[in-house]
Design a protein around this ligand. Structure first.
Ligand SMILES: [Zn+2]
Length: 357
């Protein structure tokens, strides 16, 4: 295949977005796109380029006092009659236009066109963000070459519709179990109904007042929800077991241990098993490059509610935020598209921030 990422395409973030969208790269099928990106980066004299699996990393080494990361994933969710891209007026439609090839295009465009950025920059083009974390390219690099990720600040170019979404909330999955005693439902007074006992669990969830908190000027809103319920033996048996799966989304000022303690407090008197936890990430907007980034954007940041790879950087002590042109509400949507003007605005913002003064 002829590499579609020509110098002319690389010079224009809009054309580059379209070219990236038109290289099919559903998760675990990123080889072709990674090959194209790697070939481009290896040809750029001011960058040192490495590859691990289908993740490509390129960095400047200008001896700047601060280093920043710009990261975008190369993969998309499965196609949905939205490949290749199409244009309708100011809108580009197609799989990955919003999430997140328009953002990834920024990193590639800047990598190629900005030989002397104000900070040293590490650019990441990584595989398998949309599937389980054991395939995630950033996760694999963090295990194999943690030094590649060393930086003072990171920007993940995920869709945020041109505003800064800082930090992210944590998530905890748990099971609240109620028990009873089995009996024939014809003589139910011999038993204790575990499903009825779950009524109290649901009542506590229904009346739960989720906390709101402001951290570094960003609002976070927690949530605790029953997401699944299991119970029952047969049509004529009083059930002895009921399990309510509860998902707790917690603000980044709580550690996973604190979140668990809170969960156990809410369900005091019940058996609670935590099955899965991912810590949140504080907004971390104090770092100098972060402050300058916010100044370049010129609009107040908001708290990120979903869990993102920002938390992977936070876990390494690197403040990180999300910033990209796509509309997050259109990510994974059959009508996924991106506004051309948003791509141009965001590219100008990143230039203001990174170009030498
Ligand atoms: Zn994404």
């Amino acid at each position: 295949m002829e590499n579609p990422l020509t110098p002319e395409v690389l010079a224009d973030p809009v054309q580059l977005t379209r070219a990236l969208v038109d290289i099919e790269s559903v998760s675990l099928n990123e080889k072709a796109i990674a090959d194209c990106v790697e070939e481009v980066l290896r040809g750029v004299p001011h960058l040192t380029t490495h590859r691990h699996g289908n993740t490509v990393m390129a960095r400047t080494d200008l001896g700047r006092s601060q280093r920043v990361v710009l990261a975008g994933h190369l993969d998309t969710v499965p196609l949905n009659n939205n490949f290749p891209s199409t244009m309708r007026g100011d809108l580009m439609y197609g799989c990955g236009t919003s999430d997140m090839k328009s953002g990834t295009a920024y990193a590639l465009h800047l990598a190629v066109t900005l030989p002397e950025p104000r900070y040293d920059v590490t650019y990441f083009f990584y595989e398998a963000e949309e599937i389980e974390s054991r395939y995630n390219g950033l996760n694999l690099v963090a295990q194999a070459f943690p030094e590649w990720l060393q930086a003072d600040f990171a920007v993940l170019l995920e869709p945020t519709y041109g505003i800064v979404e800082a930090g992210c909330q944590g998530t905890m999955r748990s099971v609240v179990t109620t028990t009873g005693v089995r009996a024939h439902s014809a003589r139910s007074w011999h038993g204790v109904n575990a499903i009825h006992a779950a009524g109290e669990v649901l009542r506590r969830l229904q009346t739960y007042e989720a906390r709101r908190v402001t951290i570094d000027g960003c609002d976070y809103r927690e949530g605790m929800n029953a997401v699944r319920i299991n119970g029952g033996v047969a049509g004529n048996v009083v059930p002895d077991l009921c399990e309510v799966e509860v998902n707790y989304r917690f603000a980044p000022d709580r550690t996973p241990a604190e979140a668990e303690a809170h969960l156990r407090e809410v369900f005091a008197g019940f058996e609670v098993t935590v099955t899965d936890t991912a810590a949140g990430a504080a907004p971390g907007l104090d770092a100098a490059p972060a402050k300058e980034f916010l100044a370049a954007v010129g609009a107040a940041p908001i708290g990120k509610l979903g869990w993102t790879d920002v938390a992977r950087f936070a876990a390494m002590g690197i403040p990180a935020l999300n910033f990209g042109p796509g509309d997050p509400n259109l990510a994974h949507h059959p009508d996924e598209h991106v506004e051309i003007s948003k791509i141009r605005d965001g590219a100008a913002t990143l230039h203001r921030w990174l170009a030498p003064a």
